[in-house]
Every structure is written in C-alpha cells, then in structure tokens.
Design a binder for this molecule. Sequence first.
Ligand code: TXA
Ligand code: MG
Length: 326
Amino acid sequence: MTQQTSRTARILGPDDTGVAEAARILREGGLVAFATETVYGLGADATSPEAVAKIYAAKGRPAFNPLIAHVTGLEAARREGRFSEAAERLAKAFWPGPLTLVLPVAEGASVCELARAGLASVALRVPNHPVAQAMLARVGRPVAAPSANRSGRVSPVTAAHVLEDLADRIDAVLDAGPTSVGLESTIVACLDGPPVLLRPGGVPRADIEALVGPLATPVAGKVEAPGMLASHYAPRARLRLDALDLRPGEAGLDFAGRFSAGSSTAVLDLSPRGDLVEAAARLYFCLRELDATGAAAIAVAPIPADNIGEAIRDRLARAAAPRDGG
Ligand code: TXA
Ligand code: MG
C-alpha cells in the first residue's frame, strides 16, 4: 500500500466507506490527500516521523518546512499546544475554521519533531469540513497536512488538481468536491508577546484584531512561517498585477468586470459582482485554468485589500515573485 514503487492514487468517496479507508491508510503510515474547507491537504500521521517524511518526499520540498497538524477540536489541540489567553479566545471564536494557531509545544505532545521541523512550536488547525472532521475522528491522532500540491505549484482546490500533481506519489485522495474557501488558512502565532500574523488567509485580519487587538507582523529572524518565503504559489505563466487593461497575448484574471475581453484572449473573472469571498474561492481554480491555456503572461485586475482580499493579494504577489526553483 505505501511502497514507493509506481502506483496510482485511489479515489475515495466522501461516505463512511471512503472515510474509514482513508483513516486506515493514515493509521498504517500512508499518504491520503483530503478536502478541507480551504484547500486539499496532503495528510500523514503527524505522530509518525516515517509517515511525515513521505509528505516531504511526495511534495519534493527542498527543505523541511514545519507542517500544520490537523485535529478534531480544542480538546485535542490542548494536548499538543499551550494556549495563551489570546490563543484561547481565537480558538473559541474561529474553530472549526480557516485559522491556524502556532503555539508552544505542550508537554507530552504527540506531534513528532519532524512535523514541526524541530521547532519548539506547533501549528494547529481544526478544519471546518464534515468529511475532514469524520476522517480525523477515525484516525484518532493529529494529521499533518500541507497543501496537496508539488512544491512551488498552485494549491489544489479539487481532487483532480491533487491528482495532476501527485497521482503517482500518494495512496489515495478523499474526494469531497471543490473546497469552499479556496485559499489557505490564516496563520497566527501566539508565543511570547502579542499575536503575530504569519500568513493572511481565510479568516480576515479585522475579525481577529477585533478579538485580540492589533496583530504584529513577523520580525525577520524571529518567528516566521518559513514556507511563506519567495515564490510559493507559482503558475507557469508570468503574472502582471494590478493591471488596468489587457495587453496583446495576455490572458486575463479579472475582478468585477474590469477587462473587456478581446476576441481571442482567455479571460476569467474571479467575481463579476465584485465579491471577495467568491473571488478567493475561485482564485486557484482560475489560475490553473489560465495557465493551461499556455499564455506566457496573465494580467491580473486590481483586487481590494480589505477582508479576505488581503490573502488574495498575498497569494498573487507570491505567484508573481521571481522564481526561486523551490
Ligand atoms: O489551509 C491550510 O492551512 C492548508 C490546509 C491543508 O489545512 N494547509 C497549508 O499548509 O496551507 P502548508 O504546509 O502549505 O502551509 C503551512 C505554513 C507554512 O508556511 C509553514 O512554514 C507554517 O505554516 N508553519 C507550520 N508550522 C509552523 C511553526 N511552528 N512556526 C511557524 N510557521 C509554521
Ligand atoms: Mg502550500
């Protein structure tokens, strides 16, 4: 089941049988991609270094980045991380949901050191997805899961995207249809000092700040999300951000109907009615579609920076960054 020989991932349905099989494979140390409300995750038993090592191998991550451990709820999370008052407040408000908390490792925690990349902190998330929840409950252990794409590629929001990247490298994918949020969780570190926003994501900054006050920005060399550096969400095509029009030969990633589509150009609108939540849900899907047209460049219309727009702009900026080969 988990040999590294050539294989093709099994596609499991989101019913009891599929969930039970996914959980069995994970408990035996295999790799299962699964739907969450944000993006598809590439799951492995977070308590097993052997299983976690397979994640790094399958993704082709050049260096070991720490992984998010997914758990069923606050109670399970308390066994893994030490909650400050702010962390407690955030967990109660946003779990289950697209928020990841980076906390000091609790004594007797089960998430292995490799999943944490040797750090004294652990990233914890409680996904708000019934199939992911059912799977986690059956595994009965934390499940480590980065986005289920090869390193440096756009995160998957459907099972088909997962298979494009990883079909021959994983045991199964638990297919529960397209994800609803469409981009990754917000990551907040609650270590010593005020909470730090490590990555904008599904929960808007303003909602978090309403509960715990202004979020600090990461200080270089101190707490960082190491996987967030450089070009992380890169399509093949070059991106031209905040474009006000389309140039010849460019594909267009539009927002609120700004571009008038030329006859032969491929244009997709993230949200014709200018809804940022809809735009986030469609972002990676549209990037993949436009990339598949073979266009050398994609013009991207301006996206407002409020609410989940901050996360959309963050991902676009990374997708537009010079390639680092990672
Ligand atoms: O929505 C999500 O968060 C998805 C789904 C599958 O849950 N997962 C995800 O994982 O986006 P990944 O591996 O692509 O991103 C995890 C980020 C990385 O940038 C990593 O560096 C950071 O979390 N991270 C994990 N543990 C950390 C820690 N202890 N301290 C700082 N950053 C950490
Ligand atoms: Mg990722």
